[in-house]
Structure formats: C-alpha cells, structure tokens
Design a protein around this ligand. Structure first.
Ligand code: NAD
Ligand code: DAU
Length: 343
C-alpha cells in the first residue's frame, strides 16, 4: 500500500504514522504537512524508516498535491490536516475555512484529476463528533445516523468538509470514507487543548482555567486507539467492508465532566485544588458529546484498547518526562495565544 497522510506532524497524525509503520503491508508513507503552529517535526524525530518521506507543503497547493500523488503512485490518502482548536475558530474562522473546507476541496479535486488520468485514489477523511452538535444529559450517544448540527465555527468547517466529501462521492464517484471521533488524549498533543494545558499548568504551579461550571462532558479516547481506527477504516474501504460514502464513529465510552479531568490531573501531578480557577465560559460551549461506536466494532472489528486510568497516568508521565518537547512547542506563536486568550 502506498499512502499519503496529510497533517502527519500534528497530534493524531504522528501517532497514525507510527501505527502505520508498524505494519508490513505498507510500502510507502508520505507525510504532507504545512507545519503550522501545531505541526511539530519533533513528533516524528524517532521515525527512521526508509518507507517514510516528509514533504513540507500545504494541502491548499494543488500543484504540490497533484505531483506527490502521481510521483509517489499514492493509492490512499489519510486526510488529517486541519485547523483543530475550537477557541481559535471563535477568535478567527478564516484559517479554518481555508484549511478545513478549501483544503479538503483541493484534495477532492486532485483525486478527481487523477481519476481522469485513469488512477484510482481512495480517501479516508478524518472528521469529528463535533459535527453532530451537543447532547442533553439523558440523550443517547451519537450514531452515524445522527443529523449534522454543528454549533461552533470549527465544527461548521468540519461538517462542511464532510458534506463536500459526500458530494464528491455522490456526484463524481470518488471512493471515500469519513471517520468521526470523540476527544483524543495522549502524548504529543499541543498544549492549547484541555489535558496537556492543564497538565503543564498543574506541574508548573500555574492556575487551571476551567471554563464556566466545568460540567461540560466530553467522551475521551486514547490517540493510539483513534489512530488504529483510522487505519481500520482504510482497510475496510479497500477490502469492501465499507462502501464509498460511509461514515464510521470512534469513541471509548469514557464520558467525563471537565472538572473531574482537572481533578485527576491534580492528583497525578501532586498539584493543589487551589490552582483551579473558574473563568468565563467558551461562547456557545457544547454541553455534552458521547459517541456510539458499535459500527466500528461490528464492521471493522475495532475496539478501544487503552483503559482511561492507565492512559491518563502514562500521558501525564509523558509530559513530565519530555521537557524538551514542551520547550519545542512553546514558540512565540504559542505564547501569544496563551497571553491573548487567558490574559
Ligand atoms: P493538530 O492541530 O494537532 O494537527 C494538525 C496538523 O495539520 C498539523 O501538523 C498542521 O501543521 C497540519 N496542517 C494544518 N494546515 C495544513 C495545511 N494547509 N496543509 C498541510 N498540513 C496542515 O490536530 P489533531 O488534533 O491532530 O487533529 C487531526 C485531525 O483529527 C483534524 O482533522 C481534526 O479535526 C480531527 N479530530 C481531532 C480530534 C482531537 O481530539 N484532537 C478528535 C476528532 C477528530
Ligand atoms: O470532540 C472532538 C474535538 O475535541 C476535536 O474535533 C477538536 O479538534 C479537539 O480540539 C477537541 O475539541 P474540544 O473543544 O472538546 O477540546 P478542548 O481540549 O479545547 O476542550 C475540552 C473541554 O475542556 C471543552 O469543554 C472546553 C474545556 N476547556 C478547555 C480549555 C482549553 C476548559 O475548561 N479550559 C481550557 O483552558
């Protein structure tokens, strides 16, 4: 198999690359990443495999994309590149429209152009549970049939890209599957997101900024379980267990209010409850996500394997024992964001 992954220097991308390179049936793995503030080559510094190639470039650049697809004889694209942080999309949605919507459009048109030349290129489009909207306390978990109801600018751009993929499947007959996953945690996550931000602040004696009442619920999955899910979707699309146009949800039955996570981090780092600071809520904050993943289990034989308490213990330990990585992501851009958002 010859694979192009987009956004492979990001959090989920780097774990997907590592999982993929553990497999013998992968002949080539090309990573196209623009290295935005959240893309960090350090995430792959130990990846030393002759099947792997990194290309510094943007999915929005049609020429680069098309030449990589042709030169590298790519058979399948795992599309993860995105602007991924909800708070930043509230601040400014333009980069989200450019990367998440227009970047996905560029990939779809490149696939179409290759199809016209007689090449077949499949696509796994990596999306999110946020496209389904927000659940009430007693609502059942999202399924693949839950109608789309995105409620923040990031989620709208992801839902829009999902619909664009469906349109290209329906109109142009391209081969694509879409994955939707719940909140990921694990090593290498950029410390603007809840778990790494709270972990580093806790360890450094800083305040722990909990939005609103801290009772918003997310459904947490270890990043390596998600990475295996992306590869399982690729396998399912290629061997016909999934039809083109299908969606697969991934989750791990770990629903938890944010404040419980912050308390877990306090316990694991030996920080103090007095570091908790309730701050102004995120505007339009979705109250609850919960992911039904029965389809992934039934059709792909996938299930989450990493238990929450072990996963969290290892994750906190990883941030503690990788100060060079932490330093490498704390660029000027990171400091500016923290200053602007948290004051
Ligand atoms: P991330 O922000 O850590 O990584 C994004 C990567 O995309 C970075 O390496 C960045 O440099 C790259 N990138 C951005 N714009 C690009 C462009 N124009 N061209 C090429 N590369 C570009 O994000 P993540 O958390 O790893 O998320 C990856 C994907 O998974 C996203 O599509 C996101 O919507 C989805 N997702 C994330 C989660 C989560 O909990 N983090 C859950 C479900 C789905
Ligand atoms: O659900 C999947 C989504 O999960 C992905 O699609 C997104 O790319 C990813 O960023 C994540 O979105 P969230 O908004 O859920 O993640 P975040 O880590 O930003 O926030 C998790 C929860 O914690 C959310 O309810 C907001 C809250 N929070 C977050 C931060 C950064 C705080 O209370 N304080 C904070 O400082």
């Amino acid at each position: 198999m010859r694979i192009l992954i987009t956004g492979g220097c990001g959090f989920i991308g780097c774990h997907t690359i590592k999982e993929a390179l553990d497999r013998d049936d992968i002949e080539r793995l090309v990573n196209l990443d623009a290295l935005t503030y959240s893309g960090n080559p350090e995430n792959l510094s130990e990846t030393n495999d002759e099947r792997y190639r990194f290309i510094h470039g943007s999915i929005n650049d049609t020429e680069t994309l098309t030449s990589v697809l042709i030169e590298e004889r790519i058979q399948i694209i795992l599309h993860l590149a995105a602007e991924s942080h909800v708070d930043r999309s509230i601040d400014s949605v333009q980069p989200f429209i450019e990367t998440n919507i227009d970047g996905t459009r560029t990939i779809l048109e490149a696939i179409l152009n290759c199809m016209k030349e007689g090449l077949e290129i499949h696509l796994v489009h990596v999306s999110t549970d946020e496209v389904y909207g927000s659940l009430g306390p007693n609502d059942p978990a999202f399924t693949e049939d839950t109608p789309l109801d995105p409620r923040n600018p990031y989620a709208v751009t992801k839902a829009s890209s999902d619909m664009m993929v469906q349109a290209f499947v329906n109109t142009h007959g391209i081969s694509a599957a879409t994955t939707r996953c719940s909140n990921n945690y694990g090593p290498n996550q950029f410390p603007e997101k809840l778990i790494p931000l709270m972990t580093l602040n806790a360890m450094e004696g800083r305040s722990l900024p909990v939005y609103g009442d801290g009772m918003q619920i997310r459904d947490w999955i270890h990043v390596r379980d998600h990475a295996r899910g992306i590869l399982a979707t690729m396998d399912g699309l290629l061997d016909g267990r999934l039809d083109s146009g299908e969606v697969v949800n991934f989750g791990a039955d770990n629903e938890m209010p944010n404040i419980d996570i912050v308390r877990t981090i306090i316990r694991l780092t030996g920080a103090s409850e007095s570091q908790i600071e309730y701050v102004t809520d995120r505007p339009g904050h979705d109250r609850r996500y919960a992911m039904g993943f029965e389809k992934a289990e039934r059709i792909l034989g996938w299930k989450p394997e990493i238990d929450w308490s072990n996963g969290m213990k290892d994750t906190v330990e990883w941030y503690r024992s990788n100060p060079e990585w932490v330093e490498s992501v704390r660029s000027g851009a990171y400091r500016e964001w923290i200053e602007k958002h948290y004051g």
